[in-house]
Ligand binder design. Structure first.
Ligand code: NAP
Length: 331
């Protein structure tokens, strides 16, 4: 693909987050918001009207069949990421798929294999990784500014006011705290340290059968430990801490899209400003387009092997709780 050509986006679903990225894409340099697909024609029309999208389809199949769409953003519930991503890849489209990537590692593996077979770009929309504060954090850790990081503590929790049949609480839609919010701290720890070697957890399963909150303990053989909290039941401080041998870094609320890092060292606190305009989801869209233009099949910042290992970690926690989603692919 020519480096100057616009990348033409198709949006799969007309939900909340689909609206957020559409809002970003319509003014993003190098992007063209070309098409939207919904299960309902009326919803596609209304969404297209709202975000200035010219082509509006009443099915996801029609969206995938549009020959002018380069990349599809899959923004359906977790339960449907696998089928919708496979639909888009089969149709020859590059795909950016919302977190959590799939129900489980088995589906993830199939999605990766399909993208490789078709030679198409595929990435988990873990947008926080691309934000300026995460870029700066990786640099600071590389410089060992707080020595060696030995402990991580992260929380991500809010009180969901959601109906039992909603995406957040419905097992049919792979609801629950782990796939909705827990994936952020798990992914964050993976970004800093890679795949954990030991896992322990406690969970509170709610009336619909999905996890309402959990504490996750991640261990590494050399003694590094992470304690993670995720909740749809209890609001938390939504902060992250990395404790090193010579100080600690605090990422204040909301840590996953904070615009500041606080370095606490030698009795002093240094504030590192990391501002950005807009929602912040533009960075993952820019990464997607830059990879597609360069003919890359995956991003070095959010590689597919890491998405797979994150899903394996989450599978292992669910196995500890006996939590199986009714629609997940099983071996
Ligand atoms: N990056 C972030 O900050 C962020 C924030 C929130 C959510 N997310 C992720 O984005 C994804 C969607 O979340 P959301 O909050 O946007 O959800 P939502 O508002 O409930 O929208 C989901 C959309 O998926 C489509 N869909 C397809 N099959 C469906 C089914 N069987 N039941 C319900 N909807 C179905 C619907 O679109 P149509 O009716 O048009 O077909 C619906 O509007 C999830 O993976 C979530 O984890 C990411």
């Amino acid at each position: 693909m020519d480096g100057m050509e616009k990348i033409r986006w198709g949006i799969l679903s007309t939900g909340r987050i689909a609206g957020r990225l559409s809002d970003t894409l319509r003014t993003l340099e190098g992007a063209e918001l070309l098409a939207v697909g919904s299960r309902s024609r009326d919803s596609a029309e209304a969404f297209g009207e709202r975000y200035g999208i010219p082509r509006r389809y009443g099915s996801y199949e029609e969206l995938a069949a549009d020959p002018d769409v380069d990349v599809i953003y899959v923004a359906s519930p977790h339960s449907h990421h696998y089928v919708h991503t496979m639909l888009a890849l089969e149709a020859g489209k590059h795909v950016l798929v919302e977190k959590s990537f799939a129900h489980n590692a088995l589906e993830t593996r199939h999605m990766i294999e399909k993208a490789r077979e078709k030679k198409l770009f595929l990435m988990e929309a873990m947008w926080t990784r691309f934000l300026p504060h995460m870029v700066r954090l990786r640099e600071l850790l590389g410089e060992q500014v707080i020595g060696e990081v030995r402990l991580i503590q992260v929380s991500m929790g809010f009180r969901a006011q959601a109906a039992p049949e909603s995406r957040l609480l419905n097992p049919e839609l792979a609801g629950g705290a782990l796939l909705d919010v827990g994936v952020y701290p798990v992914s964050f720890t993976s970004m800093v340290w890679g795949r954990p070697e030991r896992l322990d957890s406690q969970v509170y399963l709610g009336p619909t059968g999905v996890d309402l909150q959990e504490t996750l303990l991640l261990g590494y053989l050399d003694g590094r430990l992470a304690t993670l909290i995720s909740s749809l039941h209890t609001p938390t401080n939504v902060a992250a801490y990395l404790f090193g041998t010579e100080g600690y870094i605090e990422i204040p609320k909301p840590w996953y899209h904070s615009q500041v890092l606080l370095i606490h060292k030698g009795g002093q606190t240094t504030s590192v400003a990391c501002p950005y305009p807009g929602h912040g989801d533009q960075f993952q869209a820019l990464e997607t387009m830059s990879c597609i233009r360069a003919g890359k099949l995956e991003s070095a910042v959010m590689p597919l092997s890491e998405t797979l290992s994150i899903m394996q970690t989450m599978d292992a926690f669910r196995a500890q709780w006996g939590l199986v989603y009714p629609n997940e692919l099983r071996a």
